[in-house]
Ligand binder design. Structure first.
Ligand code: TMP
Length: 226
């Protein structure tokens, strides 16, 4: 095993970024890379990741859900997170596995905070109850400009619900009406988090093709953990 990869035992890494940043592609590749290297990996995704969490995810993303206040939305993400931490993340860290999370509290700070208008203090107050002592060692933020993100989302059509955000109405869900300006605030929210606590964040420019983004990711992580 590469020496730096062994340093990831018992660590908690989050991969996060705006919709269309390509974080999930990098997440899958990195998890596989660590497994190939012999590391025990616990993968989780938010919102969801547990039976309860998946039910909450459905409520949050369901177009039939009634209008929801941003506070209610934040509490639901946190409720899903509390369950995930207690049921999966904390035990995996105890076992010495690498925990890899696709989104975590950084998403709430960017979406419900920077874009949705809640203060970081409010979010962190609830976050402390949900997360307890299981805070990420490092949050990797995949940064992408809105045009590239929109092209990716429309191109892949994987995330049907986002298409309207950037273009014509093809599909719909509760998050659809937020618009390009909202996405810009989300992006700024992520970059601000990295600026405020550079030692706990890593910003990766993810405009390039997945292979070169992955290479950059490995190099930057190696610098941090070697
Ligand atoms: P996903 O597409 O990565 O599965 O994420 C689902 C959506 O949920 C995405 O638009 C971001 C949003 N989200 C929040 O708004 N706040 C949060 O705390 C989390 C975890 C996700």
């Amino acid at each position: 095993m590469s020496r730096w990869i062994t340093q990831l035992r018992g660590k908690f890494l989050v991969f996060d970024g705006p919709d269309g940043s390509g974080k999930t592609t990098q997440f899958d590749r990195f998890a596989e890379h660590c497994r190939q290297a012999g590391l025990g990996v616990c993968e989780v995704r938010e919102p969801g990741g547990t039976a309860f969490g998946e039910q909450i995810r459905r409520i949050l993303l369901d177009p039939a859900s009634p209008e929801m206040s941003v506070r209610c939305e934040m509490m639901l993400y946190m409720a899903s997170r509390a369950q995930l931490v207690e049921q999966t993340i904390a035990p995996a860290l105890q076992r010495g596995e690498l925990v890899l999370a696709d989104r975590f509290i950084s998403s709430t700070l960017a979406y419900q905070g920077a874009a949705g208008g809640l203060s970081p203090e409010e979010i962190l107050a609830v976050g402390r109850i949900a997360v307890q002592s299981s805070w990420p060692d490092l949050t990797v933020i995949f940064d992408v400009d809105e045009t590239t993100a929109a092209r990716r989302l429309v191109g892949s059509a994987k995330d049907h619900r986002y298409i309207k955000v950037f273009g014509p109405t093809l599909f719909s869900d509760r998050l659809e009406l937020r618009g390009a300006e909202y996405q810009q605030r989300v992006r700024k929210g992520y970059l601000q988090q990295a600026k405020d606590a550079p030692q706990r964040h890593l910003v990766i420019d993810s405009r390039n093709d997945p292979d070169s983004v992955f290479e950059t990711l490995l190099n930057r992580l190696q610098e941090r953990f070697a």
